[in-house]
Ligand binder design. Structure first.
Ligand code: MLT
Length: 409
């Protein structure tokens, strides 16, 4: 009989959003007459925009003709997309990134999970608390998280960096040095943002301590204020940070799948015998071996995001979701709820009323008014007593959900 990766057996329950989907499915089949409003998982609801759809159609037509048909593409992504990324997301912001530092992929969920492949399993990992569960779970799968202490809801080998009202949901620098530090801004789940001054502290810390920051910037398009869109806006970040970016939340690619990860040439790791090695080379080796690239038609659609028209359309898309987030914020504040995030970010993070636990509040909203959110405790122990709602619903559903919550409290 084949042996297992025992680390999988240490994982508690199932993946957070699968747990929620199961509960909602059960509720829906027991209450077929109820109209459920889902503001739980951060999944977009608006269709792909006209410029993106046109690029997709054109690319499909190319695939129908022998002379323009494409088979396997470069595992790192086509140059047309990597160039558009470099030009628009970096050069225009005064950031010097070269195309061979950009790796196009099928999503930031996969990349933030898979990046662990190139790091040793004895690395010490720091995560925010609350946190996007992928960072914790994938490190647990690799054996880096140790054992799960269920009564604390924590892994005993991870460093938890609490993000609370007291620190404005931006963590303090850890007391004990981690090798790998996951940061996500604008933040999932709290909707918190980070200033350049605060981000510089992290970059300086990582450089001083020889740590690597894994910076998830999947929600950067939601930034309207003067805040950093990329960690590479901070000097020296190319020596200590990998950045994850996505087309899911800015351009509606959650079902279309396209993202990219930047691994600068200057980034180094150390082998067990002390040799310094390029992380870019290792990630390239990993991707060329385990990944066959994002479909051509999808990369053409992603390229269209950077055209003048495409860009205008996605700004409207982001503004639509930001308006929803604002309505949620204001609607909940009106009934006296303590609300955070939802500005420069699509997520609204709220304190549960009446000292309800996160799951009690989840059950109450689902069973009483058929509204689905995400229990804060699912993101980590410091999320207990909090709840996340997303701005990614339709405007109509968002208005209705707020009215239902207002009616219930
Ligand atoms: C979330 O709801 O936290 C995100 O949608 C999950 C994801 O992007 O994978």
């Amino acid at each position: 009989m084949a042996g297992l990766n025992d680390n999988y057996l240490k994982l508690p329950g199932s993946y957070l959003f699968s747990d929620i989907a199961k509960k909602v499915k059960e509720y829906s089949s027991n209450n077929p007459d109820k109209s459920i409003i889902k503001l739980g998982i951060g999944d977009v609801t608006r269709p792909l925009t006209p410029t993106i759809i046109k690029a997709l159609h054109d690319a499909v037509d190319e695939m129908a003709v022998a002379s323009s048909f494409k088979g396997y593409g470069p595992e790192q992504g086509y140059d047309f997309l990597r160039n558009a990324i470099v030009e628009n997301d970096y050069i225009k912001r005064g950031i010097n990134i070269s195309i061979d530092e950009v790796f196009v992929s099928d999503g930031s969920k996969s990349d933030t999970g898979n990046i662990g492949d190139i790091f040793g399993n004895d690395n010490v990992v720091a995560i925010c608390d609350p946190v996007y569960p992928v960072y914790a779970d994938t490190n647990a799968m690799a054996g880096r998280a140790g054992n799960f202490i269920s009564d604390q809801g924590k892994w005993d080998r991870l460093i938890y960096m609490p993000c609370t009202v007291a620190n404005n949901f931006v963590p303090q620098l850890p007391e004990k040095r981690p090798d790998l530090i996951y940061l996500c801004f604008p933040n999932n789940p709290t909707g918190a943002t980070i200033t350049r001054v605060e981000l510089k502290k992290w970059v300086d810390y990582a450089r001083e301590n020889d740590s690597i920051i894994l910076y998830d910037a999947a929600y950067e398009a939601y930034i309207k204020d003067d805040l950093p869109h990329s960690i590479y806006e901070i000097e020296g970040a190319d020596e200590c940070a990998i950045e994850f970016r996505s087309f899911s939340k800015n351009a509606g690619f959650t079902g279309t799948r396209c993202a990219f990860t930047v691994v600068p040439h200057k980034l180094m790791g150390r082998s067990t015998d002390g040799t310094r090695c390029s992380l870019n080379k290792l990630w390239n080796r990993r991707q060329t071996t385990k990944f066959n690239g994002v479909p051509y038609i999808i990369q053409k659609a992603a390229e269209a995001v950077y055209t003048a028209e495409g860009h205008k359309e996605i700004i409207q898309l982001v503004d639509y979701y930001l308006d929803n987030a604002k309505m949620i914020r204001q609607g909940l504040q009106k009934i006296g709820f303590q609300v955070y995030g939802g500005e420069n970010a699509p997520y609204v993070w709220m304190k549960t009323p009446n000292n309800l636990t996160s799951w009690q509040f989840f059950d109450l909203l689902l069973n009483k008014i058929s509204v689905v959110g995400t229990p804060g405790s699912g993101f980590g122990p410091s999320g207990e007593g909090y709840f996340r709602l997303t701005g990614f619903g339709s405007k109509e559903n968002t208005i209705q959900a707020i009215e239902r919550i207002q009616g219930a409290f």
